[in-house]
Design a protein around this ligand. Sequence first.
Ligand SMILES: [Zn+2]
Ligand SMILES: [Zn+2]
Length: 355
Amino acid sequence: MLISLRLKQQELRAMDNRVLVRFWGVRGSVPSPLTAHDVARKKLKILEDYVAAMRSGRYSPMPTPQSFLAEQERETPSTYGGNTSCVEVRYENDIVILDMGTGLRPLGNTLFPEMFARKGLEAYFVLSHVHWDHIQGLPFFGPLYVNKAIGISNRWTFLGGVGWQSTAEICLKGQMDPPTFPVAWKEIEKMTDNITYDDMWDGKSVKLGQATARFGKLNHPQETYGSRLLFPNGKIVVYATDHEPHDPACPYPRLVSLARDADVVITDCQYTKGQYEGAKEEGGVPRHGWGHSYPEAIAAMACEANVKTIVLFHHDPASSDEKIKQMEQYTQKLISSKGGKSKVVAAWEGLELNL
Ligand SMILES: [Zn+2]
Ligand SMILES: [Zn+2]
């Protein structure tokens, strides 16, 4: 029953000719689940707020706990999430997966009903680069282990940079092969109907199903690519994470070119400018050369490129939910102060955008 209901929802989505962007992992560097202390702190704050509301006389009658929770800002009762980079983009039956951080595991689990109903899936995995926070979910992507012997014909295509120390194929094999993982990549290849690899380079265009993708090189300690996806309904989704701005006053031309007039740009916002510069009150450790961005540079880029929605992504593992919320509000303020029209959203696990 649950399976057919989920399938119905997916079919309905596919029929409405819209692009669906779904966020499964939004952290950078390393997975960072909430601690027991974090959860206790959130519970206490909600209880305190509820009691204060009760005493204030603002409500008559008092809202139910459920409706009171629904009124709270997202960061109070919930969390932006702790899984690392993974975004699913769907158009009709096409599946594009942007990076394979630990968010790939829960994404994979939701694909099973569709995979069995369609007797197989075709997905394009676009790897910005192969730092661990962008590939670590692959060994835990459940559909990888469904054997073609039971009539499921899965087709996976992996796209990676040409200038890596190794190719995408070698990097993926190296991650899976014993002793670092118990199931060797050659076993996966035996199970799967079709696995192919494709190269990315600066300026390359390629078809990913019905989408046209163009790649642009970003500024990061490993060769890293942003992707601009154009769909048949005219919508443009850009994924450009793990990027350090050269000069916030002069946005990086390749990034601006990728982001130009896009409906959605998902971009690196790991630090505040103070953290990046090593301000004393923010720990005193400069992050120059670490390959990440901050609100001032993002605001300049969003205005220059005329972006509709900017999604702040690759949150620092040390950032609290409250801090991420502040960075979202601050980035919005910066854009508005420049006369920009971009809407700012801090990515959270479960966020869905329909275009
Ligand atoms: Zn990263
Ligand atoms: Zn990286």
